[in-house]
Design a protein around this ligand. Structure first.
Ligand code: HAM
Length: 421
């Protein structure tokens, strides 16, 4: 026997037992996006490496350490997308979407790739549900994004989470602040961890993001961007907060949120849950008003978010037992039969039911009635229709409702009507 080939570390299979939960979430997300006026966009998994280097920032951990970059057969450097925003912005610019609509609201679902150390909730191929709004600078568009995520998460039955928001100010407001912060951090450079030394050189704001308790203690009293916001940024941030309050979205302001990608300014937010272990953020996003221009487009305001699907599934799974979305039994009819003559009828009825859009199944091979009943139960069928000699001759089925336990005799030609609930 040859060696078994294993999947690549950090890249998981989604097996049939779990795929239905993913489908429920994806369908609900699509419905939700439609209600909020978003249309789907699908962009390639592979892009020119330059797109991410320029879009996300050379200095970020994602670009400097985590990208799957390789040279293709034509000698071009291409990269598996580590996130969705850069590719969507590239498509927005390439197809001049702004010329068709002043405001574009798009969403996407799909795999992303980051060469991170795999652990619970952290994969090398993971999936995001994301959305971007282009062409709106109103705080209402920031609030709309955050409310959308909050409501979707609630509809999925997730209740224990926290929304943290911050304002990173504008690019101009950040410059003098960064200089001041660098000076301050240099004062106790020796006490910072090795990673923070690098952060200090590349982007001192990231020091706020350090998970190391001693670095956190050192920066506890450092000034934050929130304190130096200019009147416009301040007003914008206050308006976002006010609209969240009006919509009944609970949040805390966390001035230490800086996000791991370089394109953000103004609003930044993360949804956190303590049920996820150390990888506690299950969604994140914010405003990025300069990225479209940096990638060759007209100056365009933009705001977006992405939810990590695997982490969302972990949260939904955590209270699956009590979640009404998932306690519903699978509908449909299992056709059980005794001998070959009955099986012919069972096969015909399976087709009639399927043609009517009703889930129906019968065993391929002859099996005992007991084994057929077991399968019907295991696979979550609502009904079992038994066909034996009596039923064959009287053109009926013995229809058992597995939910109520009731059994009735039903004419074969009335079966579709009877099980259509
Ligand atoms: P992000 O915070 O890098 O933002 O990722 C969003 C979410 O993706 C995270 O909150 C997390 O749930 C999930 N995620 C990230 N890395 C992994 C991983 N290695 N394994 C499992 N899940 C992961 C973005 O990607 C931005 N593009 C969001 C955005 C859209 N901002 C504006 N528009």
């Amino acid at each position: 026997m040859s060696d078994k080939i294993q999947s690549v570390p950090g890249m998981s299979d989604l097996l049939p037992a779990h795929s239905s939960l993913w489908q429920v979430i994806e369908q609900m997300a699509r419905q939700h996006f439609a209600v909020y006026g978003f249309s789907e966009i699908r962009v390639p998994l592979l892009e020119d490496t330059k797109l991410f280097a320029r879009g996300i920032g050379e200095a970020t951990q994602v670009v400097s350490k985590e990208m799957y970059t390789f040279t293709d057969r034509g000698g071009d450097s291409i990269t598996l997308r580590p996130e969705g925003t850069a590719g969507v912005v590239r498509a927005y610019v390439q197809h001049s979407l702004h010329a068709q609509e002043p405001i574009n609201k798009v969403y996407y679902l799909g795999p992303m790739f980051r060469y991170e150390r795999p652990q619970k909730g952290r994969l090398r191929q993971f999936h995001q549900i994301g959305a971007e709004t282009f062409g709106a600078n109103s705080p209402t568009s920031d609030a709309e994004m955050i409310i959308l995520v909050d409501r979707l998460v609630k509809r999925l039955g997730i209740d224990s989470y926290q929304l943290q928001i911050n304002s990173l100010g504008s690019h101009e407001e950040r410059k003098p602040f960064m200089e001041k912060l660098t000076q301050l951090l240099l004062g106790f450079k020796n006490q910072l961890c090795a990673d923070c030394h690098k952060r200090l050189e590349k982007n001192p704001l990231r020091v706020f993001d350090c998970k190391n308790a001693s670095c956190q203690a050192l920066t506890k009293n450092a000034p934050t961007l929130l304190e130096v916001l200019g009147p416009e940024s301040k007003q914008h941030f206050e308006a976002v907060c006010c609209q969240l309050e009006t919509a009944g979205v609970a949040f805390v302001i966390n001035p230490r949120i800086v996000r791991g990608l370089d394109y953000y300014e103004q609003t930044a937010f993360e949804f956190i849950s303590d049920k996820l272990g150390s990888q506690s953020a299950f969604a994140g996003g914010g405003r990025y008003n300069r990225l479209v221009e940096e990638l060759g487009g007209e100056p365009t305001s933009a705001v977006g978010f992405a939810i990590g699907m695997e982490r969302l599934v972990m949260l939904v799974d955590a209270n699956r037992e009590t979640n009404p979305l998932f306690t519903q039994k699978n509908r449909g009819v299992f056709l059980a039969s005794f001998d070959e003559a009955d099986r012919i009828i069972a096969r015909q009825l399976v087709q009639v039911l399927r043609d009517a859009g009703i889930r129906a199944e019968a065993d391929f091979e002859p099996k005992s009635i007991k084994s057929q009943m077991r399968r019907a139960n295991k696979q979550g069928f609502r009904f079992v229709a038994v066909i034996g000699e009596n039923e064959r001759l009287s053109q009926t089925v013995a229809l058992k409702d597995l939910e109520s336990g009731m059994q009735t005799s039903v004419a074969q030609r009335e079966l579709v009507e009877k099980v259509k609930l």
